[in-house]
Ligand binder design. Sequence first.
Ligand code: PLP
Length: 371
Amino acid sequence: MLQPVINATGVLLHTNMGRAPFGADAAASYSNLELDLGTGQRGSRQSAVGALFARMCGAEAAIVVNNCAAAVTLSLAGLAAGRGVAVSRSELVEIGGGFRVPEVLEQSGATLVEVGTTNRTRRADYDKAVASEHDVAVVLKVHQSNYKIIGFTEDVPVRDLGGVGVPVLADIGSGLLDAACPWLDGPPPLWLNDEPAARQTIADGADLIMFSGDKLLGGPQAGIIAGRADLVARCAKHPLARAFRPGGLVLSQLQQLALTYLDRRGNDISFWRMASMSIDELTDRANAVVATAGTAAVVDTMAVPGGGTLPGVEIPSVGVAIPGDHLDALRLGGPRPIIARVDDGTTLLDLRTVDPRDDDVVGSAIASVVS
Ligand SMILES: *Cc1c(COP(=O)(O)O)cnc(C)c1O
């Protein structure tokens, strides 16, 4: 049975627990999903939400599909089937759960044209690929997401691919909308490092970008394709678009999320509220949990973004610690499973990923497992 659990692991985007903490209240009712209220005629389920995402990304157009894997597959099928796709050898990645760039590319009916080397790819390598006999239809840039190449490396950012002669597609994966994070009160968090953002990638000249809905965007599982209107239209009319289209529930939740971003209410987005909670606030909460539990210690911890994003990045956090391994008791006890972690013989519950409304439940659970 699908049921709510309390994530006390400190992994903000935990794949096993549905990645972004998106509270969907599943109100089922009629909607104008494919009805144009202006004309009374059949409309497109994509137009309202697509327009909002296009605006947020600074793009001409956008459509929504089921996930980023579908977004990449559809983009390549729509723009490069039967032709070549130029990809740097350093970006032929596996993202996890079977998303492997060479295989996705093959499924879309395109052929891979490898560019550069594993550690160094230059602009001249792309020019050579486009000029080759491989009939290159597009250049595909793929965010390395879950790994890093360090040392003697060189790579070509989207902004240096201008004039390459074919559309430049960028799978940015994580779905950070804007590097400036205007929806937050303060400056962008340091842990974002140089994560590629949708708005900046479009501004740098990408013709089409693809990203996930349930990573740094903080929404439900979805994939967004945004960019030049003619390219988005070609993807939208490919037969696979129908197979990959999202349901009304996802679209209405994404619409709500988009309006929250446009209103700059970052605190109303669970992921951003959790990710940006201050250490002071977390410490106050940890003290309250310890008071409820009647035992346990407040400890400094390190949370992580997770979800295959930002490898090596840690976010300072605060949790509570109890001696011994209590993982099973916390997970199997009531009223709700609590997923914690064990470090060096100590059970750690990181409060960054716990909704403050669940703090009492966490405190009582600790009291019952230690008694
Ligand atoms: C996560 C990721 C994907 C897959 O996204 P899903 O929404 O899980 O399908 C694809 N590409 C990149 C670069 C990613 O980071």
